[in-house]
Design a protein around this ligand. Structure first.
Ligand SMILES: Cc1ncc(COP(=O)(O)O)c(C=O)c1O
Length: 321
Protein backbone atom coordinates (compact mmCIF):
# COMPACT_ATOMS: atom_id res chain seq x y z
CA UNK A 1 0.00 0.00 0.00
CA UNK A 2 1.44 3.39 -0.86
CA UNK A 3 1.81 6.09 1.71
CA UNK A 4 -0.53 9.06 1.92
CA UNK A 5 0.46 11.36 -0.93
CA UNK A 6 -0.25 15.04 -1.00
CA UNK A 7 0.64 17.31 -3.88
CA UNK A 8 -1.98 19.55 -5.34
CA UNK A 9 -3.11 21.82 -2.56
CA UNK A 10 -1.88 24.85 -4.51
CA UNK A 11 -4.49 24.23 -7.25
CA UNK A 12 -7.35 24.42 -4.76
CA UNK A 13 -8.31 28.07 -4.62
CA UNK A 14 -10.64 28.88 -1.71
CA UNK A 15 -13.53 31.08 -2.83
CA UNK A 16 -16.01 33.61 -1.54
CA UNK A 17 -19.79 33.05 -1.27
CA UNK A 18 -20.29 34.79 -4.65
CA UNK A 19 -17.53 32.90 -6.41
CA UNK A 20 -18.94 29.57 -5.15
CA UNK A 21 -22.36 30.34 -6.64
CA UNK A 22 -20.87 31.24 -10.00
CA UNK A 23 -18.44 28.29 -10.04
CA UNK A 24 -21.30 25.88 -9.21
CA UNK A 25 -23.34 27.08 -12.17
CA UNK A 26 -20.25 26.90 -14.42
CA UNK A 27 -19.63 23.28 -13.43
CA UNK A 28 -23.23 22.31 -14.12
CA UNK A 29 -23.24 24.10 -17.47
CA UNK A 30 -20.10 22.26 -18.62
CA UNK A 31 -21.07 18.65 -17.85
CA UNK A 32 -23.52 16.40 -19.72
CA UNK A 33 -25.45 17.15 -22.89
CA UNK A 34 -23.24 14.56 -24.56
CA UNK A 35 -24.04 13.47 -28.14
CA UNK A 36 -26.01 10.31 -28.81
CA UNK A 37 -24.71 8.10 -31.62
CA UNK A 38 -26.69 5.60 -33.70
CA UNK A 39 -24.54 2.44 -33.67
CA UNK A 40 -26.50 -0.32 -35.44
CA UNK A 41 -29.88 -1.48 -36.57
CA UNK A 42 -30.33 -5.19 -35.69
CA UNK A 43 -33.54 -7.00 -36.79
CA UNK A 44 -35.11 -3.56 -37.21
CA UNK A 45 -34.11 -2.56 -33.66
CA UNK A 46 -32.08 0.63 -33.37
CA UNK A 47 -29.15 0.80 -30.93
CA UNK A 48 -27.95 4.19 -29.68
CA UNK A 49 -25.22 5.18 -27.23
CA UNK A 50 -24.58 8.39 -25.33
CA UNK A 51 -20.93 9.39 -25.64
CA UNK A 52 -20.18 9.98 -21.97
CA UNK A 53 -16.43 9.73 -22.56
CA UNK A 54 -16.71 13.28 -23.93
CA UNK A 55 -17.52 14.76 -20.51
CA UNK A 56 -14.94 17.48 -19.80
CA UNK A 57 -13.51 16.85 -16.34
CA UNK A 58 -12.80 13.09 -16.18
CA UNK A 59 -13.67 11.88 -19.68
CA UNK A 60 -16.41 9.81 -18.11
CA UNK A 61 -20.04 9.70 -16.96
CA UNK A 62 -18.71 10.25 -13.43
CA UNK A 63 -18.50 14.01 -14.06
CA UNK A 64 -22.25 14.02 -13.47
CA UNK A 65 -22.26 12.29 -10.08
CA UNK A 66 -19.15 14.16 -8.88
CA UNK A 67 -20.63 17.54 -9.83
CA UNK A 68 -23.92 16.86 -8.02
CA UNK A 69 -22.25 15.30 -4.96
CA UNK A 70 -19.97 18.33 -4.57
CA UNK A 71 -22.42 21.10 -5.41
CA UNK A 72 -25.62 19.64 -3.86
CA UNK A 73 -24.53 20.02 -0.20
CA UNK A 74 -23.21 23.55 -0.90
CA UNK A 75 -26.38 24.63 -2.73
CA UNK A 76 -28.63 23.29 0.05
CA UNK A 77 -26.50 25.07 2.65
CA UNK A 78 -25.66 21.80 4.44
CA UNK A 79 -22.02 22.76 4.41
CA UNK A 80 -20.21 26.04 4.70
CA UNK A 81 -17.59 25.90 1.95
CA UNK A 82 -15.37 28.19 3.96
CA UNK A 83 -15.07 25.43 6.61
CA UNK A 84 -12.28 23.93 4.50
CA UNK A 85 -12.93 20.25 5.11
CA UNK A 86 -11.21 17.51 3.09
CA UNK A 87 -13.77 15.65 0.95
CA UNK A 88 -12.98 11.94 0.81
CA UNK A 89 -14.25 9.18 -1.52
CA UNK A 90 -13.43 5.65 -2.63
CA UNK A 91 -13.25 5.26 -6.41
CA UNK A 92 -12.09 2.88 -9.12
CA UNK A 93 -10.68 5.94 -10.92
CA UNK A 94 -13.16 8.11 -12.78
CA UNK A 95 -15.23 9.46 -9.89
CA UNK A 96 -11.95 10.27 -8.12
CA UNK A 97 -10.57 12.18 -11.11
CA UNK A 98 -13.85 14.07 -11.56
CA UNK A 99 -14.08 14.80 -7.82
CA UNK A 100 -10.50 16.11 -7.72
CA UNK A 101 -10.81 18.35 -10.77
CA UNK A 102 -14.28 19.73 -10.03
CA UNK A 103 -13.34 20.04 -6.35
CA UNK A 104 -10.22 22.07 -7.19
CA UNK A 105 -12.28 24.43 -9.34
CA UNK A 106 -14.81 24.85 -6.52
CA UNK A 107 -12.04 25.43 -3.95
CA UNK A 108 -12.53 22.03 -2.27
CA UNK A 109 -9.65 19.81 -1.11
CA UNK A 110 -10.10 16.11 -2.03
CA UNK A 111 -8.63 12.81 -0.83
CA UNK A 112 -9.33 9.75 -2.98
CA UNK A 113 -8.66 6.07 -2.27
CA UNK A 114 -8.36 3.72 -5.24
CA UNK A 115 -7.95 -0.08 -5.42
CA UNK A 116 -4.55 -1.57 -6.22
CA UNK A 117 -5.84 -2.96 -9.57
CA UNK A 118 -6.11 0.60 -10.95
CA UNK A 119 -4.16 0.81 -14.22
CA UNK A 120 -1.06 3.01 -14.38
CA UNK A 121 -2.46 5.58 -16.78
CA UNK A 122 -5.55 6.17 -14.63
CA UNK A 123 -3.34 6.43 -11.55
CA UNK A 124 -1.09 9.00 -13.26
CA UNK A 125 -4.12 11.14 -14.16
CA UNK A 126 -5.58 10.72 -10.67
CA UNK A 127 -2.29 11.87 -9.09
CA UNK A 128 -2.45 15.06 -11.13
CA UNK A 129 -6.12 15.68 -10.39
CA UNK A 130 -6.67 15.25 -6.63
CA UNK A 131 -5.25 16.90 -3.54
CA UNK A 132 -4.36 13.57 -1.89
CA UNK A 133 -4.68 9.92 -2.86
CA UNK A 134 -3.93 6.47 -1.52
CA UNK A 135 -3.72 3.10 -3.27
CA UNK A 136 -5.49 0.48 -1.15
CA UNK A 137 -5.51 -3.35 -1.37
CA UNK A 138 -8.35 -4.86 -3.38
CA UNK A 139 -10.01 -5.30 -6.77
CA UNK A 140 -12.84 -3.76 -8.79
CA UNK A 141 -15.46 -5.91 -7.05
CA UNK A 142 -15.02 -5.57 -3.28
CA UNK A 143 -16.90 -8.39 -1.54
CA UNK A 144 -18.65 -6.19 1.00
CA UNK A 145 -19.16 -2.65 2.23
CA UNK A 146 -16.30 -3.01 4.67
CA UNK A 147 -13.70 -3.96 2.07
CA UNK A 148 -10.72 -2.25 0.46
CA UNK A 149 -10.89 1.43 -0.42
CA UNK A 150 -14.47 1.80 0.87
CA UNK A 151 -13.55 0.54 4.33
CA UNK A 152 -10.48 2.76 4.52
CA UNK A 153 -12.45 5.87 3.61
CA UNK A 154 -15.21 5.02 6.12
CA UNK A 155 -12.61 4.43 8.86
CA UNK A 156 -10.87 7.72 8.12
CA UNK A 157 -14.16 9.60 8.30
CA UNK A 158 -15.20 7.89 11.55
CA UNK A 159 -11.85 8.80 13.11
CA UNK A 160 -12.26 12.51 12.40
CA UNK A 161 -15.70 13.55 11.04
CA UNK A 162 -14.91 17.21 11.74
CA UNK A 163 -11.94 17.16 9.38
CA UNK A 164 -13.43 15.02 6.61
CA UNK A 165 -16.58 15.28 4.51
CA UNK A 166 -17.75 11.85 3.25
CA UNK A 167 -20.76 11.87 0.91
CA UNK A 168 -20.25 8.25 -0.26
CA UNK A 169 -21.16 7.64 -3.91
CA UNK A 170 -22.65 4.25 -2.93
CA UNK A 171 -25.24 5.95 -0.70
CA UNK A 172 -25.55 9.45 -2.15
CA UNK A 173 -28.95 10.74 -3.24
CA UNK A 174 -27.09 13.41 -5.22
CA UNK A 175 -25.56 10.60 -7.29
CA UNK A 176 -29.07 9.48 -8.31
CA UNK A 177 -30.32 13.08 -8.66
CA UNK A 178 -27.57 13.83 -11.20
CA UNK A 179 -29.09 11.27 -13.54
CA UNK A 180 -32.75 12.05 -12.79
CA UNK A 181 -32.06 15.69 -13.71
CA UNK A 182 -29.57 15.27 -16.58
CA UNK A 183 -28.89 11.81 -18.10
CA UNK A 184 -32.51 10.58 -18.00
CA UNK A 185 -33.96 13.67 -19.74
CA UNK A 186 -31.15 13.52 -22.32
CA UNK A 187 -31.98 9.87 -23.15
CA UNK A 188 -35.62 10.83 -23.54
CA UNK A 189 -35.08 13.98 -25.63
CA UNK A 190 -32.35 12.55 -27.85
CA UNK A 191 -34.55 9.58 -28.85
CA UNK A 192 -37.52 11.92 -29.38
CA UNK A 193 -39.33 10.05 -26.56
CA UNK A 194 -39.07 6.79 -28.56
CA UNK A 195 -36.69 4.90 -26.25
CA UNK A 196 -38.07 1.41 -25.44
CA UNK A 197 -35.04 -0.12 -23.60
CA UNK A 198 -32.28 1.30 -21.41
CA UNK A 199 -29.34 -1.15 -21.16
CA UNK A 200 -26.63 -0.26 -18.62
CA UNK A 201 -24.14 -1.87 -16.24
CA UNK A 202 -24.33 -0.62 -12.64
CA UNK A 203 -21.32 0.27 -10.53
CA UNK A 204 -22.86 2.34 -7.75
CA UNK A 205 -26.09 2.12 -9.78
CA UNK A 206 -26.53 5.92 -9.84
CA UNK A 207 -26.63 6.12 -13.64
CA UNK A 208 -29.13 3.32 -14.26
CA UNK A 209 -31.41 4.06 -11.30
CA UNK A 210 -31.51 7.84 -11.85
CA UNK A 211 -32.01 7.56 -15.63
CA UNK A 212 -34.64 4.83 -15.12
CA UNK A 213 -36.59 6.94 -12.66
CA UNK A 214 -36.88 9.79 -15.13
CA UNK A 215 -37.66 7.54 -18.11
CA UNK A 216 -40.37 5.59 -16.24
CA UNK A 217 -41.93 8.90 -15.19
CA UNK A 218 -42.30 9.74 -18.91
CA UNK A 219 -43.27 6.21 -20.05
CA UNK A 220 -43.68 3.38 -17.52
CA UNK A 221 -43.29 0.84 -20.37
CA UNK A 222 -39.61 1.67 -20.97
CA UNK A 223 -37.72 -1.54 -20.06
CA UNK A 224 -34.68 -1.18 -17.81
CA UNK A 225 -32.04 -3.88 -18.36
CA UNK A 226 -29.09 -4.08 -15.94
CA UNK A 227 -25.88 -5.58 -17.36
CA UNK A 228 -23.83 -8.07 -15.36
CA UNK A 229 -20.15 -8.68 -16.10
CA UNK A 230 -18.77 -12.16 -15.34
CA UNK A 231 -17.32 -13.06 -11.93
CA UNK A 232 -13.73 -11.93 -11.36
CA UNK A 233 -14.04 -9.55 -14.32
CA UNK A 234 -11.41 -7.06 -15.49
CA UNK A 235 -13.71 -4.13 -16.20
CA UNK A 236 -13.31 -0.89 -14.30
CA UNK A 237 -16.36 0.83 -12.79
CA UNK A 238 -18.91 -2.02 -12.88
CA UNK A 239 -19.89 -4.79 -10.46
CA UNK A 240 -20.87 -8.42 -10.58
CA UNK A 241 -23.47 -8.79 -7.83
CA UNK A 242 -22.86 -12.49 -7.24
CA UNK A 243 -19.43 -11.70 -5.84
CA UNK A 244 -19.88 -8.10 -4.74
CA UNK A 245 -22.47 -6.39 -2.56
CA UNK A 246 -25.06 -4.13 -4.14
CA UNK A 247 -24.75 -0.47 -3.17
CA UNK A 248 -27.39 1.03 -0.89
CA UNK A 249 -28.74 3.19 -3.70
CA UNK A 250 -29.08 0.17 -6.00
CA UNK A 251 -30.61 -2.09 -3.36
CA UNK A 252 -33.15 0.54 -2.29
CA UNK A 253 -34.36 1.04 -5.88
CA UNK A 254 -33.88 -2.39 -7.41
CA UNK A 255 -37.59 -2.89 -8.21
CA UNK A 256 -37.13 -0.47 -11.12
CA UNK A 257 -34.99 -3.07 -12.97
CA UNK A 258 -37.03 -5.16 -15.45
CA UNK A 259 -34.36 -7.62 -16.59
CA UNK A 260 -30.69 -8.56 -16.66
CA UNK A 261 -28.17 -9.21 -19.44
CA UNK A 262 -24.95 -11.18 -18.86
CA UNK A 263 -21.77 -10.45 -20.75
CA UNK A 264 -18.38 -12.21 -20.48
CA UNK A 265 -15.09 -10.31 -20.48
CA UNK A 266 -14.30 -11.86 -23.86
CA UNK A 267 -17.55 -10.51 -25.36
CA UNK A 268 -16.99 -7.09 -23.75
CA UNK A 269 -13.41 -6.73 -25.02
CA UNK A 270 -14.38 -7.91 -28.52
CA UNK A 271 -17.22 -5.38 -28.61
CA UNK A 272 -14.82 -2.65 -27.37
CA UNK A 273 -12.40 -3.43 -30.20
CA UNK A 274 -15.27 -3.22 -32.67
CA UNK A 275 -16.07 0.24 -31.27
CA UNK A 276 -12.43 1.30 -31.67
CA UNK A 277 -12.63 0.28 -35.34
CA UNK A 278 -15.71 2.52 -35.62
CA UNK A 279 -13.69 5.42 -34.18
CA UNK A 280 -15.01 5.41 -30.60
CA UNK A 281 -12.03 5.67 -28.24
CA UNK A 282 -13.85 4.11 -25.29
CA UNK A 283 -13.04 1.67 -22.49
CA UNK A 284 -14.01 -1.91 -21.74
CA UNK A 285 -17.22 -0.98 -19.89
CA UNK A 286 -18.46 0.59 -23.14
CA UNK A 287 -17.79 -2.74 -24.85
CA UNK A 288 -19.72 -4.42 -22.04
CA UNK A 289 -22.76 -2.14 -22.47
CA UNK A 290 -22.62 -2.40 -26.27
CA UNK A 291 -22.38 -6.23 -26.23
CA UNK A 292 -25.42 -6.31 -23.90
CA UNK A 293 -27.40 -3.95 -26.15
CA UNK A 294 -26.67 -6.26 -29.13
CA UNK A 295 -27.96 -9.25 -27.11
CA UNK A 296 -31.17 -7.41 -26.17
CA UNK A 297 -31.68 -6.41 -29.82
CA UNK A 298 -31.67 -10.06 -30.93
CA UNK A 299 -34.90 -10.80 -29.02
CA UNK A 300 -36.90 -7.63 -29.68
CA UNK A 301 -39.01 -6.06 -32.41
CA UNK A 302 -39.23 -2.37 -33.33
CA UNK A 303 -37.16 -1.46 -30.29
CA UNK A 304 -35.20 1.73 -29.67
CA UNK A 305 -32.40 0.56 -27.40
CA UNK A 306 -30.20 3.10 -25.63
CA UNK A 307 -26.99 2.58 -23.69
CA UNK A 308 -24.00 4.74 -22.89
CA UNK A 309 -20.24 4.68 -23.27
CA UNK A 310 -19.18 5.41 -19.68
CA UNK A 311 -15.51 6.32 -20.14
CA UNK A 312 -12.53 6.91 -22.39
CA UNK A 313 -10.17 4.09 -23.27
CA UNK A 314 -7.37 4.23 -20.74
CA UNK A 315 -4.59 1.96 -19.55
CA UNK A 316 -3.28 -1.44 -20.53
CA UNK A 317 -6.19 -3.22 -18.84
CA UNK A 318 -8.46 -1.87 -21.55
CA UNK A 319 -6.52 -3.59 -24.32
CA UNK A 320 -6.33 -7.11 -22.86
CA UNK A 321 -9.13 -9.57 -22.23
C1 LIG B 1 -16.13 3.35 -16.04
C2 LIG B 1 -17.48 3.28 -15.40
N1 LIG B 1 -17.78 3.99 -14.32
C3 LIG B 1 -19.00 3.88 -13.75
C4 LIG B 1 -19.98 3.08 -14.26
C5 LIG B 1 -21.31 2.91 -13.59
O1 LIG B 1 -21.80 4.05 -13.11
P1 LIG B 1 -22.64 4.05 -11.78
O2 LIG B 1 -21.64 4.10 -10.66
O3 LIG B 1 -23.43 5.29 -11.91
O4 LIG B 1 -23.45 2.83 -11.72
C6 LIG B 1 -19.74 2.40 -15.34
C7 LIG B 1 -20.82 1.60 -15.91
O5 LIG B 1 -20.76 1.06 -17.00
C8 LIG B 1 -18.46 2.48 -15.91
O6 LIG B 1 -18.17 1.77 -16.96
Amino acid sequence: MSAFVSQLESLVVPGTAESYASRISQVKARIGNTPMAHLDTVNGNRIHAKLEHLNPFSGSVKDRAAAYMLTGPLERGEIDPLEEKVWIEASSGNLGIAYGRIGAYLGIETYIMVPSVTDEETLEILKESVSHYMVTPGGYCPRGERDGAIKMVADLWMDDPKKYEFRDQYRSRDNIRAHVETTGPEFWNQTGGKITHLVLAPGTGGTIIGSARYLKSRNPDVKIIAVQPQKDHQIQGVRNFEESMKSIIFKDNEEIIDGWARVSDKEAFQAMERLWREGYHVGSSSGLNYAAALKVAKDEEDAVIATLFPAQSRGKANATA
